[in-house]
Design a protein around this ligand. Structure first.
Ligand SMILES: [Cu+2]
Length: 502
C-alpha cells in the first residue's frame, strides 16, 4: 500500500467551514493547527454499544429451501452523534441484516434494487454458487428490478454478501452494501465452543465523513479509499460489555483498502479457531494477526481471566505503510462488566481438513499483480469479460503462484468458487493462523504466495481479483473457466424482473 502522508490525509478532508456549529460531542482533529482543513468529525471513542445486525427471517420456507428478500435502498441513519449520513444499505441498514443458515439447506434471496439509482450485482463471498448466482461483475440488476439468487450452503463458514458491480464495487460497498452470512453445521454446533450471544460477528470498516456527516468517497485517482473513523458493525469505535466468559468472534475486514494488524491492549493471546472457509483443524494462539480486506478470522477471547471492571481494547498495530491517521490504531473496547459461569471450552481438535498434497497438482499457474501505466493489472492485463486466463478442468488440482513485485502496495487476492490452502509465503510456511481453508490470500509488499486448490464443484466462468475493491474496479480482475460448457455467468434476462412496488 502506498503511504499517505499526513498532509495528503488532511487533503482528503473537507473544509471546516461549519466548525462553529459543531455538536459538542464531536472533535475535529487538527482543527487548530491546520487552517482550513479537517478530517472527519471524531466521536468520543468507546461511547456507543456494539450493535449486532439483526438476523433476517425467511419470508417462507419449504422442505429444502428458505426464501429471503432484501431491498437495496438509500437511507439516512445516525453514525456520528448529532449528524445523519446517507447510506446505501440492504434493507436500508449498514451492515445489512445477517443471514444464518444451516449446511445443506438451500437459500433463495430476492435482492431488490430499489432506490440506490445504480446497477447492482450481489456476490456471496465464500459460497460455491453457480456462475449466474455468483455476482459476476457484468451481471447487473438495474434500478427498479430484482433478481433471485440461489445459494447452496455447502460450507459451514463466515461468509459475507456484498455488491460486485463492474467498476463500482468499491463505491457501492463503501456506501453500505455489505452484510454477514453465516452457515453452520451440526458438527460445529455440537462442539462446546461459545454459542448464541457468545458468538459475535465483527465487521470492521473505515470511513471518512464531511463535517455535515456525508460519507466521503475519494480514491485519490483510483488508488485507495481510506477513512479516519473505524466502524465495527456500523458504529464508530464501539464498546461491548462482556461477562467473564469465552467469546467467539467472527472478524471480517469489510474495508475498501485498509488492512489491519489486530492485537489486544493487554498483550494477551487470541485463540484463533477459523479462517475464511470455516474452522481450522486445531486452535492456535497468536499475539496478533494481519487482516486483509475480505479476509475472515474466527477467534476466541477468554474474558474469564480478567476481573470485573477490566477494559481490553482491540488494537490495530497497523503495518509500516498503514499509519496514516490518528485513531485508526484502535478498533473497539471490551468492558468486563459481570461475573458469570462459563460452560464453553475449546476442543484441541476442531475439524478434519483433508490435505491437498502438492504432488496432486496437475499444473502451476502464475499471476503477477502490479500497477502499470496508471492501471492495476494482472500479468499485464486489465479485466476483459471476453478473456479467460485459466481453464482448469473439473476436479483438477492446481497451484497458483500469486506475486507482487512492488514494495508500495499489497493485494488481498480473492479466488471465487473454491477454497484453497496456502502452501507457502516467500518460500516459508504460512503464518500459523492462516493454515486453514481460505478464499482470500494476503499478498503483501514484495510477497509471493503459492496456494493449492481443487477446481469445482461447478463448471463455468468465475472471477478472481484483488479485494482492494478500488484496484478491482480499475481493473485488477480476471477470470478462470472450470471445465467446458458451464452456464453463462450472466443471468437469463427473463429472470430479472421489475421490482414489486414498495
Ligand atoms: Cu490490490
Amino acid at each position: 500500500m502506498k503511504k499517505i502522508t499526513r498532509r495528503e490525509a488532511l487533503k482528503l478532508g473537507t473544509l471546516a467551514g461549519g466548525s462553529l456549529l459543531l455538536p459538542t460531542t464531536l472533535l475535529y482533529r487538527n482543527q487548530a493547527s491546520i487552517a482550513g482543513t479537517a478530517g472527519s468529525p471524531q466521536p468520543t471513542r468507546f461511547a456507543v454499544k456494539l450493535p449486532i445486525p439483526p438476523v433476517l427471517n425467511p419470508v417462507r420456507s419449504d422442505a429444502t429451501t428458505d426464501y429471503y428478500e432484501m431491498t437495496m435502498k438509500k437511507a439516512r441513519i445516525s453514525i456520528l452523534p448529532g449528524l445523519t449520513t446517507e447510506i446505501w444499505g440492504y434493507n436500508g441498514i449498514a451492515p445489512g441484516p445477517t443471514i444464518k443458515q444451516r449446511l445443506g439447506r438451500k437459500s433463495v434471496v430476492r435482492f431488490i434494487n430499489n432506490s440506490v439509482n445504480t446497477p447492482t450485482s450481489v456476490h456471496l463471498h465464500g459460497m460455491a454458487s453457480l456462475p449466474q448466482y455468483d455476482g459476476y461483475a457484468e451481471d447487473l440488476t438495474l434500478p427498479g428490478y430484482y433478481k433471485d439468487y440461489f445459494f447452496p450452503n455447502t460450507r459451514a463458514a463466515t461468509l459475507w454478501y456484498h455488491d460486485h458491480a463492474i467498476h463500482n464495487t468499491a463505491r457501492n460497498v463503501y456506501m453500505g452494501l455489505a452484510g454477514t452470512y453465516l452457515v453452520q453445521d451440526e458438527f460445529e454446533l455440537g462442539l462446546p465452543l461459545p454459542k448464541g450471544q457468545y458468538d459475535v460477528p465483527l465487521l470492521i470498516q473505515d470511513k471518512q465523513f464531511t463535517n455535515t456527516g456525508k460519507l466521503v468517497f475519494d480514491t485519490q485517482g483510483e488508488k485507495s479509499q481510506y477513512g479516519d473513523v473505524i466502524l465495527v458493525n456500523g458504529a464508530p469505535w464501539p464498546r461491548m460489555e462482556v461477562g467473564t466468559s469465552k467469546y467467539r468472534f467472527r472478524i471480517l475486514n469489510g474495508s475498501i483498502s485498509r488492512s489491519y494488524k489486530l492485537a489486544l491492549s493487554n498483550g494477551d493471546d487470541f485463540i484463533m479457531i477459523g479462517t475464511d472457509a470455516g474452522l481450522m483443524s486445531a486452535p492456535v494462539n497468536v499475539k496478533n494477526f494481519r487482516l486483509g480486506m475480505a479476509e475472515r478470522y474466527e477467534l476466541i477471547i477468554d474474558f474469564s481471566k480478567y476481573p470485573v471492571g477490566s477494559q481490553v481494547v482491540l488494537q490495530n498495530l497497523g503495518l509500516p505503510n498503514n499509519d496514516d491517521y490518528d485513531g485508526t490504531d484502535q478498533i473497539m473496547r471490551f468492558d468486563v462488566v459481570r461475573s458469570e459461569p462459563d460452560n464453553s471450552s475449546i476442543p484441541a481438535t476442531l475439524r478434519t481438513i483433508q490435505p491437498i498434497p502438492e504432488s496432486s497438482a496437475v499444473r502451476t499457474r502464475e499471476f503477477r499483480y502490479e500497477r502499470s501505466n496508471g492501471l492495476w493489472v494482472i500479468n499485464g492485463k486489465v479485466w476483459d469479460d471476453k478473456r479467460v486466463d485459466a481453464n482448469p478442468q473439473l476436479g483438477d488440482v492446481e497451484i497458483w503462484r500469486l506475486y507482487n513485485n512492488s514494495g508500495g502496495w499489497f493485494h488481498p487476492i480473492h479466488i471465487h468458487l473454491i477454497d484453497c490452502i496456502m502452501l507457502d509465503r516467500n518460500g516459508k510456511p504460512p503464518f500459523p493462523y492462516e493454515r486453514g481453508l481460505k478464499d482470500v490470500f494476503y499478498v503483501g509488499e514484495n510477497e509471493s504466495v503459492r496456494v493449492i486448490g481443487r477446481y469445482g464443484p461447478n463448471t463455468g466462468k468465475y472471477m478472481s481479483h484483488c479485494h482492494n475493491t478500488v484496484h478491482e474496479d480499475h481493473d485488477m480482475m480476471n477470470q478462470f473457466e472450470v471445465g467446458q460448457g458451464g452456464p453463462s455467468p450472466l443471468s437469463d434476462p427473463a429472470k430479472i424482473l421489475p421490482a414489486p412496488s414498495l
